[in-house]
Design a protein around this ligand. Structure first.
Ligand code: ADP
Length: 470
């Protein structure tokens, strides 16, 4: 399997070669056309020139041409690849370069032919002639016939020039090709470097090295998004891994104490050291209840956090919910002589799963009552705006130290471990509450001051399409 980099370099090089070859081909064609036009024009000019010179050599008194002059003109014309022949009307005698200098004339034609063959191997040319009238004082005095290798031919200088141009084209093409390949390597390196980074990261992640991050150094939106997505995935996996390890450690830690208590008590009773009294069996039962609660809560939290459970959402009559809570907590409230004040009005509603929202309220009120002094107040407030219903549970209890607040919603987190062991809290209630609020698309925050009290604020979003907000 080829790498993207080598594929890109090969593709880029092929495209470059194709472009350069096409360019050279068309350039060559147009160059040749220009050259043919130029050579043909040169030849026509040369013939015209010869004709003028010949006419100037006409002597009216002899009614013939100056033969010496004609010889000079014919020699000069031969140098330019032209073989001239002059015929007069008065039959005073024809002058023919081919008979005068037959060998040179043939040599010139052969040379022109070999020049053309060397440049264009498929060139089909041969000896051509054209005849022009020689006109003196508006009357034809004779004819000039010019023979040459045609349809056109290149002399040595022109051939050399054309060869030089072709060589330069070849050379420039070569240089462009090298530049194109180098650019191809550079470009493919730039494109593939972030992909290689992503592959490397993916391998590390696959090997369990969660949390690895790669620098975003490319300028391509797609590869940058890929790196960002992998970075995000890596951090999320790391977070999940830490959470998983923490959870395993927490569960093991939480279960160890009640299990060893239970084991100790039961072994003592089985060995006959302890009498299986009502009180001792009751204590074992308490531990089992505690264990069952932990396991149930853990399962509940898992379902909520992993969205395993569907929410049964609807409009919840909040004052009615509060009335129910007052009844549920009446015993505890009476015990501590705490007043539960519900600041709600008829028409206050929350959009959500009634069972789950009630569970949140129970958790918060239970904590508020738990950590409040006797004869104090716990207040439930309800406010709403266009986007959400805001529910607050405030107490004037012992409060929570500021440094503990960021960890409060973590599972098994307790502010004062020994204190809570005594009060029976397991530190899962707030994690469940947060998971429920977040499942509703809301958020929960806590504000607290030591010895002054704590306020939990939950924000539940209102569904816009219902239009029930006034
Ligand atoms: P727990 O079952 O221990 O109450 P939670 O998750 O409900 O577990 O609460 C976590 C910890 O937060 C509690 O152990 C307690 O230390 C602290 N906490 C919660 N609510 C209050 C509150 N209203 N006042 C003071 N401390 C609180």
């Amino acid at each position: 399997m080829n790498s993207i980099k080598s594929n890109l370099v090969v593709t880029y090089s092929i495209i470059s070669v194709a472009i350069i070859v096409l360019l050279a081909f068309f350039l060559n064609i147009s160059m040749n056309r220009i050259f043919v036009e130029y050579v043909t024009k040169q030849q026509a000019d040369a013939i015209e020139n010869v004709k003028q010179q010949v006419m100037e050599l006409y002597q009216e008194e002899t009614e013939y041409f100056d033969v010496e002059g004609i010889e000079i003109v014919a020699n000069a014309a031969l140098q330019k690849g032209l073989i001239i022949r002059i015929q007069t009307l008065n039959q005073k005698g024809d002058w023919n370069m081919n008979t005068h200098k037959h060998h040179e004339s043939q040599m010139m034609l052969e040379h022109a032919g070999s020049n053309m063959q060397s440049m264009y191997p498929d060139f089909t040319g041969g000896y051509k002639e054209e005849t022009h009238d020689l006109i003196i004082d508006d009357s034809v005095v004779g004819y000039l016939t010019v023979g040459y290798y045609g349809p056109y031919s290149l002399d040595d200088n022109e051939l050399e020039m054309l060869n030089m141009i072709n060589e330069s084209l070849f050379f420039i093409g070569g240089i462009f090709l090298v530049i194109a390949v180098l650019l191809g390597i550079l470009m493919s390196k730039r494109i593939t470097a972030p992909i290689s980074d992503a592959v490397l990261m993916a391998k590390k992640i696959a090997d369990g090295e969660y949390g690895v991050q790669s620098e975003i150094r490319g300028k391509n939106a797609e590869t940058n998004s890929l790196i960002m997505a992998i970075n995000e995935m890596s951090s999320k996996l790391q977070k999940d891994e830490i959470q998983k390890r923490q959870l395993t450690a927490d569960v093991a830690h939480e279960l160890r104490t009640p299990l060893s208590n239970l084991q100790g008590n039961l072994e003592a009773m089985l060995d006959g050291i302890w009498e299986p009294t009502q009180e001792r069996l009751g204590s074992c039962h308490e531990e089992i209840v505690r264990l069952t609660t932990i396991v149930n809560q853990m399962q509940e939290l898992y379902s909520l956090e992993n969205q395993r459970e569907e929410l049964d959402c609807g409009w919840i009559d909040f004052p009615e919910l509060c009335r129910g809570l007052l009844v549920d907590f009446s015993g505890k409230l009476l015990e501590k002589r705490i007043q539960l004040i519900c600041c709600t009005e008829t028409g206050d509603v929350v959009w959500g799963d009634a069972y789950r929202i009630r569970q949140c309220m129970i958790n918060l009120i239970a904590n508020a009552v738990q950590y409040s002094k006797e004869e104090s107040e716990v207040i439930i407030r309800y406010t709403k705006d266009e986007q959400s219903a805001v529910v607050q549970v405030s107490d004037s209890g012992i409060g929570i130290p500021k440094e503990e607040l960021p960890y409060l919603f973590e599972r098994f987190y307790r502010v004062d471990k020994s204190r809570n062991k005594r009060t029976g809290g397991m530190g899962i209630g707030l994690s469940i509450t947060k998971a429920i609020v977040e499942r509703h698309g809301g958020l929960i925050i806590v504000e607290s001051e030591l010895e002054k009290g704590t306020t939990f604020t939950m924000k539940f979003p209102m569904p816009k399409e219902t239009g029930m907000i006034d």
